[in-house]
Design a protein around this ligand. Structure first.
Ligand SMILES: O=P(O)(O)OC[C@H]1O[C@H](O[C@H]2O[C@H](CO)[C@@H](O)[C@H](O)[C@H]2O)[C@H](O)[C@@H](O)[C@@H]1O
Length: 814
């Protein structure tokens, strides 16, 4: 008796309620059989599936009951957690009071409740309690100062749409550092005893122990929302960097938090880890007695038909849409399969909801079923749900073909589980995407490019038609791979690769991080200081649209503070035109500006601009514009920025590969044709190509500023791209000696000379190497002439704000 044996229906061949009922029954039967299933699983999760709320109570205040009242024994119809705080801790009936950090106050308690969201992960973990002892290691999450209110009694499953969350109150956060050691121990003890409602209802279920990892709040968020979400996730999913908010989802900004959190997790895991088998365990799992009846039910349900099975998480990179299209192509190109093959596609919810993708998949399934189905034949059976282990292995075992075709994936355990499940049944072949890490170790799978629908359809046909002999021979090789490439092998390989990288990294050139103390002490002791600051990518993060790169409030504040100090001379030295700089920074008193890579200068305290390009031959601009227009037409998304004496072609919003290719072509044309005849320089910038007059560059402006400020003792010069290297080069005129440095009149000074007879004498500078802080913005491994590096514009601004604070401090101490 099994739910899969239900009469066939057109819309939903298997009733979920019936399946759930049957699964419970089978599990109970299984337990009654007395066959011991054991094992321990260690889960490392970012968050524990339990929310911890910390309450300090004032004994003087009355304790009104919390709403709704405590839940005792009634179990909701769906297998869903309810907040068990009342069961766990009688104190939770009392009204939470505002948090106080009084260390003497021990009148405090913790309440635990279900964390909403991550429902797939939580239910997955809970379901394993039937057979496995489990340890869940995770961050506590932000500690709430009071328990969240309970949702209405009639609520259903935690909704990933956020519907349930909206009915909850948002409790205030308590900084983790304010939780003392004693309170931490109390929570750890409570968590060790915590049982979710599902665990409680699983008769004879094994215990799950929740172990908290205590993290610094800033590091925890920097790790997850910062490095994981902004750097790793886009990187490993081949998202275009231009689609990520800024380029400064940089490796370094959140790296310290990421490393610290990993170290904390590793420490905790090492404390509790015991050697937790995989291939062996899966092989055992495929023998579970619950599987056989389901397998037979599936066979009966799809009798006479070949079964293709796919099981993927429903996110874009898993290629479910492409797989469905390929299946349709199979039915188009090989119509003999219509009525004789079904695709059972199980999708589990992804980490974040994608209603658009869900809709796309449902529409595609409906389209294929409408187009190729009939009264007694449904080609695609799609189940968007988390399925139980027995059902999963039954599906894998009964399949005539496994199709796992992500657009990009790593290890993909489903492909391995498929091979193991097939060992005792049909030795069915596997169609695998070539874009998976595991594919290189599975050459006996039918490997395909998931984007090539015809190729995937052909592979499906080939797999379904494969001779028994070929199936067996391929299966045996795959089986050997899976059983010998255990998780231990993978871990050892990865560790070796990492160690090899670490070795290599030490050999690479690294620019040291800005020494904050040294910077501060040089700043304090200097009587005159220069700040020479690039704009884009240095004071403002790189963004997709140039006009959107406006200065932050912090940037403005830092510049205002520094320019207010009469000892400081502050210049913005940018490739931008004067109009842009004036619009966003023009109001700052005493801020000097140089626009268009040194072509123009506005002295501190002045309104008018000096144009160094006035006397230059600018006829080339029309020719460059024509060439840029040609490339703009060929490169969708690119555009031209025309400035007074320079032109920039931007391709940040274009297809990255095509944009870069076109950029190279255009650069080649400009350098090998126009630049040989005209006094121009071609600059390769950040997703741009710029052309400016040969005579001017940022280095000349730096020299000019030094020339006019020979008594400067401190220079902070920061930039992020190649044009800023000219500034660093100009400042490298003064390597670490204390002897006087003589500076000839820079080009920009002589260019501006109204009277050609004016002579500009060399000047002696007071600056020494120790007072020069050339600073590259970016990764420490970036090749640069700068002496120091910071990782992001935010870090530049932080240093500037700090120096501004020192100015205030020095002023107030006078
Ligand atoms: O010398 P800079 O201040 O660094 O200016 C260099 C160029 O920056 C701008 O373009 C760059 O930043 C944009 C905004 O973040 C970005 O969208 C673009 O892709 C980058 O190339 C600016 O538009 C140019 O005029 C400057 O020459």
């Amino acid at each position: 008796m099994d739910s899969f044996a239900e009469p066939r229906r057109l819309s939903a061949p298997i009733s979920l309620a019936a399946v759930r009922e049957q699964v419970c029954k089978l599990e109970n039967d299984h337990r009654a059989s007395g066959i011991p299933l054991s094992g321990r699983i260690l889960h490392v999760c970012h968050y524990l599936p339990v929310v911890s709320s910390f309450i300090r109570k004032s004994p003087d205040l009355p304790s009104p009951p919390q709403t709704p009242p405590a839940i005792t024994t009634d179990i909701p119809p769906s297998p869903v957690d309810v907040p068990p705080s009342a069961d766990i801790n009688a104190n939770s009936l009392e009204q939470p009071q505002p948090f106080s950090t009084n260390a003497e106050d021990r009148n405090a308690s913790w309440t635990l409740s279900v964390r909403y969201g991550h429902s797939a992960m939580v239910s997955g973990i809970t379901s394993l309690a039937a057979t496995h002892e489990q340890i869940v290691i995770g961050w506590t999450g932000d500690i709430a100062s009071s328990p969240p209110l309970m949702p209405p009694a009639s609520y259903g499953a935690p909704s990933t749409s956020g519907a349930s969350e909206s009915s909850l109150s948002t409790p205030a956060k308590i900084p983790t550092k304010d939780i003392g050691p004693e309170d931490r121990v109390v929570l750890e003890e409570q968590l060790a005893r915590y049982r979710s409602r599902d665990e409680v209802t699983i008769e004879g279920g094994k215990p799950t122990t929740y172990i908290p990892v205590w993290l610094d709040d800033k590091e925890a968020h920097g790790h997850y929302e910062g490095y994981c979400k902004q750097t790793l996730w886009p990187l490993f999913h081949y998202l275009l960097w231009q689609d990520v908010a800024t380029e400064y989802a940089s490796a370094d900004l959140y790296w310290p938090a990421y490393a610290a959190v990993n170290a904390a997790f590793a420490k905790r895991v090492a404390e509790v880890y015991r050697p937790g088998v995989d291939a062996e365990r899966v092989a055992k799992d495929t023998l579970r007695p619950g599987i056989q009846p389901k397998l037979e039910a599936l066979r009966a349900l799809y009798e006479g038909k070949k079964i293709i099975v796919g099981r993927d998480k429903l996110d874009v990179v898993k290629g479910v849409v492409q797989k469905l299209r390929a299946f349709e192509k199979l039915l188009q190109d090989y119509p003999q399969w219509i009525g004789h093959v079904v695709l059972i596609q199980v999708t589990s919810p992804a980490l974040s909801d994608s209603p658009k993708l869900e809709r796309q998949v449902s529409e595609l399934v409906a389209h294929i079923n409408g187009e190729y189905g009939s009264l007694d034949f449904i080609p695609v059976h799609h189940y968007h749900q988390t399925i139980k282990k027995d059902e999963f292995y039954a599906l894998l075992s009964v399949a005539d073909l496994g199709v796992i075709t992500p657009l990009r994936d790593g290890m993909n355990t489903t492909s391995m589980e498929f091979v193991l499940a097939q060992e005792r049944t049909k030795h069915s072949p596997l169609v695998l995407s070539e874009f998976m890490g595991i594919s290189s170790t599975m050459p006996d799978a039918l490997q395909v490019n998931p984007w090539n629908l015809g190729e995937v359809a052909d592979a499906m046909h080939r797999g379904l038609m494969m001779s028994e002999e070929d199936r067996l021979s391929r299966h045996q090789k795959l089986y050997k791979t899976v059983t010998t490439h255990t998780s231990h092998t993978w871990a050892a390989m990865l560790a070796n690769m990492l160690l090899a990288q670490v070795g290599r990294q030490n050999m690479a050139r690294q620019t040291p991080a800005m020494p904050r103390d040294r910077l501060e002490s040089q700043y304090r002791s200097s009587k005159k200081r220069l700040f020479l600051l690039d704009y884009d990518g240095t004071l403002a993060p790189i963004v997709r649209v140039p006009s959107a790169a406006v200065p932050s409030l912090d940037t403005l504040e830092a510049l205002e503070r520094l320019t207010a100090d009469p000892k400081n001379v502050v210049f913005i030295i940018s490739g931008r035109d004067g109009e842009f700089l004036e619009q966003h920074l023009g109001h700052i008193q005493n801020l000097g500006m140089s626009a268009e890579h040194g072509g123009f200068v506005r002295e501190p305290g002045h309104k008018e601009w000096s144009n160094f390009t006035e006397s230059l031959d600018m006829d080339w601009m029309g020719e460059v514009l024509e060439i840029f227009r040609y490339y703009t037409e060929r490169t969708t998304g690119s555009h031209i920025e025309v400035k007074k004496s320079s032109i920039t072609w931007h391709y940040r919003s274009s297809d990255p590969e095509w944009g870069l290719f076109q950029c190279h072509q255009c650069q080649d044309l400009l350098e090998n044709n126009l630049a040989r005849k005209r006094p121009i320089e071609v600059l390769v910038g950040k997703k741009n190509l710029e052309v400016r007059p040969l005579a001017v560059n940022k280095g000349e402006i730096v020299k000019r500023i030094l020339y006019h400020n020979p008594d400067a003792e401190f220079v902070f010069c920061a930039g992020d791209d190649k044009t800023d290297e000219d500034m660093f080069r100009a400042l490298r005129l003064f390597p670490g000696d204390t002897t006087k440095v003589r500076l000839d009149a820079p080009l920009s000074v002589t260019l501006l000379a109204k009277e050609p007879t004016t002579t500009y004498e060399p000047v002696d500078l007071r600056l020494t190497h120790e007072g020069v802080f050339t600073t590259a913005v970016g990764h420490s491994s970036k090749r640069t002439l700068a002496s120091w590096h910071v990782t992001s514009p935010e870090e530049v601004v932080e240093h500037l704000l700090n120096l501004g604070r020192i100015t205030n401090e020095l002023a107030s101490s006078l």
